[in-house]
Design a protein around this ligand. Sequence first.
Ligand code: HEM
Ligand SMILES: Nc1nc2c(c(=O)[nH]1)N[C@H]1C(S)=C(S)[C@@H](COP(=O)(O)O)O[C@H]1N2
Ligand SMILES: [Mo]
Length: 320
Amino acid sequence: MGRRTNVALELLLLVTLVTGIAGFLSGSHGTRWILVVHGTAGLSIVFLAPWKAAIARRGLRRARPDSVLSIVFALLVVITIVAGVVHTTGVWVDRGAWSPMGIHILAALVTIPLFAWHVVHRPQRPRRGDLSRRAVLRAGALGGGALAVRTLTRADHRFTGSFEVGSFRPDEMPVVQWFNDDKPRIRPEDWTLRVDDRVLGFDDIARYEDELVATLDCTGGWYSTQVWQGVWLGRLLGPEPDGRSLVVESATGYVRRFPLGDRDRLLLATHLGSEPLDRRHGSPARLVAPGRRGMWWVKWVTSIHTSDRPWWLQSPIPLS
Ligand code: HEM
Ligand SMILES: Nc1nc2c(c(=O)[nH]1)N[C@H]1C(S)=C(S)[C@@H](COP(=O)(O)O)O[C@H]1N2
Ligand SMILES: [Mo]
């Protein structure tokens, strides 16, 4: 019984980690199911906890020097799950770095090396008999129970798990920087935008009146829908730009690369809710990338250029 519980837990943890990361990176409706699987597998771990506790107690009686790593591993999984549940139930909503979702993701990522160590040093071999009828029925009951609990405890979320904050009220929209990116103060009259080999000024951009209602959904666990005004990138690039991707760069060095085919769906915004963009939200101009997570919405844009590299040849999350 102990071995089977261990195998089941390892599988659940693997599924939870993979779906957590996949759900975090994607921001489109078609991928809703990923986080359903994530939450369900994550909660199933809780259901197996009583069995695991009994196994762990036995294991600790013949403790080895590295048992402390097992304890840290277990603690991190507990912290991850508690933070995940705190986030989805909405009992504590915060959007800083120490939001429940921020803690959830940080604890989960630290778990990964410990999980790898655990798999190597406490190997659990699945056997053919593990997939008995009874085992399948039990797994079904476990998953069903977890899915039911998840459905009942979830507060009102977007499909990504994010909470609504300050929609159509720009003053209440949170401000988020990645890692330690700063908030440069750039006056529109001093600002220039490189578009391939041309250099444009603020007035060249601000004369357009393209408008879009779009939802910024930060992986920190909040989202906000706003009216954005500016210019479609396709208009700045001309009718038939060459290349495969489009590189959008911030004055701070923060860079994201997009498929060139997206150029007519990406807005370079100078205004938010009809007011000039606030410095903290990326003035003089920031990218609006509907359907993509907040980390793609580059602020303080100073350069846009086409490139022959495919868009996916880049770090999955910005590193500067
Ligand atoms: C040790 C690995 C992990 C475990 C055990 C775990 C477990 C959980 C649990 C129990 C929940 C709440 C379930 C619910 O009510 O829906 C949850 C939610 C969530 N987790 Fe994880 N998680 C893990 C790793 C990750 C990672 C690495 C990420 C992202 C990089 C992530 C992103 C999320 C998100 C976005 C939600 C909210 C989902 C929603 O509201 O539908 N998780 N997780
Ligand atoms: N230059 C730059 N742009 C950036 C970031 C950053 O750190 N630097 N953070 C991104 C992230 S993670 C999010 S969620 C949004 C937040 O935009 P806001 O501060 O206008 O709400 O900006 C994105 N654009
Ligand atoms: Mo974000």
